[in-house]
Design a protein around this ligand. Structure first.
Ligand SMILES: [Zn+2]
Length: 228
């Protein structure tokens, strides 16, 4: 929620270029704190279509979260991407639990309790052609869907299905493209996590093998190999 406070201070009246320069020295955490100071800063730092705003977040990510060099998923802006990556902020649903995980298929960072509350595995009541394209999270072999997302898409599906059939097909194709890309991104992140885990648990003492795996790791979000 945007802050309502209006501050009468010289710093609030900085020209946008100077404000951007000032922000370029701040970490993602500090940028979030700054965005909560007053309405003006919030607007500066939360404009989804502003190139300079998105560049501020991107620069902060690359400077302070050096191991995360992969770009955000298609359709997600830099601010949202960085927000998701700050896992020490905890669950963004309940704002209580600090043990949370990023579910890239849904674009959400939440704790297991909120995951259980917000997702559904039994979705017999939804049209199959809609289910077939929806992003899901695979847990113990079952597909879990984000309920709010399902309902949102179902509303659109229902209203479009009352019109021309070709419109519905085109809408389903567009959605499928978006969701396929999101699932692919989630899969890449999962693979990256698995390789990170493998590297740190099995390959750490085997420097000869780590050397062989270097080109693979370098393609994902892993920290640089330690130098000796
Ligand atoms: Zn939670």
């Amino acid at each position: 929620m945007p802050p309502t406070l209006t501050i009468n201070s010289p710093i609030v009246n900085l020209p946008p270029e100077l404000f951007a320069k000032f922000c370029s020295y701040l970490s993602p955490n500090d940028l979030f704190k700054l965005s909560k100071v007053c309405r003006k800063f919030y607007c500066y730092l939360s404009a989804p279509n502003s190139f300079s705003t998105q560049q501020i977040w991107k620069k902060s990510r690359l400077t302070f979260m050096g191991h995360v060099w992969s770009p955000p998923p298609k359709g997600m802006n830099e601010k949202r991407y960085v927000e998701l990556l700050i896992t020490n902020l905890g669950c963004e649903i309940c704002n209580i639990s600090k043990h949370c995980k990023i579910y890239w298929a849904f674009g959400v960072r939440c704790c297991s309790e909120c995951f259980n509350e917000k997702t559904v595995a039994d979705i017999m009541d939804y049209p199959q052609e809609l289910i077939d394209i929806m992003p899901f999270y695979n847990k113990y072999g079952d597909k879990y869907y984000w309920k709010e997302q399902l309902d949102l898409e179902l509303n659109q599906y229902t209203s479009i299905s009352h019109g021309r059939l070709s419109n519905l097909k085109s809408w389903l194709d567009d959605k499928k493209n978006i969701f396929d890309s999101r699932m692919k991104y989630a899969q890449t992140k999962q693979t990256s996590r698995s390789r990170f885990w493998l590297y740190h648990n099995f390959l750490t003492p085997r420097r000869d093998l780590r050397f062989l795996f270097r080109p693979i790791y370098s393609a994902y979000d892993c920290p640089p190999f330690p130098q000796s």
